[in-house]
Design a protein around this ligand. Sequence first.
Ligand code: FES
Length: 168
Amino acid sequence: MPSFRRPSSAPLWKDEFSVFTADERYVNRRQFAKFLTLTSLGMFVGNLWILGRSWFSHVRPYPRQTVARTADVPVGGVKTFSYPTAADPCILVRTTADTFVAYSQKCTHLSCAVYYERETNRLACPCHQGFFAIADGAVLQGPPRRPLPRVVLERQGDELRAIGLEGA
Ligand code: FES
């Protein structure tokens, strides 16, 4: 009785399925390329979303708020106020007859309240001896690494208004 033996050593099922190994690899490569493309697209869209969020968080509108009258603050004098919310303490300093500067009163190190040191004309933090320049809030000395956020002021006659916050 004749026997039907397959000439090759490949299993029978490989004959029954018309998928060849070389084609399988090709399909896998294609799927991998599709996966990479979709992943890259997803990351690109995610980065755009993060960029958009950070852009719009920087252009948030600040309230326009009267913080003092010029007559209320003598040269070398100080007035505290809250801006932009009641939970954000700020300090206004009149450095010359015509110059007013205002900063967040929270030290950028660990949020202690800074005060104006008239003798040295700088803002000082009593907690860890941090010092900030009165002209621009830059760090002069101590552990803080970031300058104090500066309150943007607008002068209308004898009225001083806060209109924004820089470096927050
Ligand atoms: S909290 Fe101001 S220096 Fe540390």
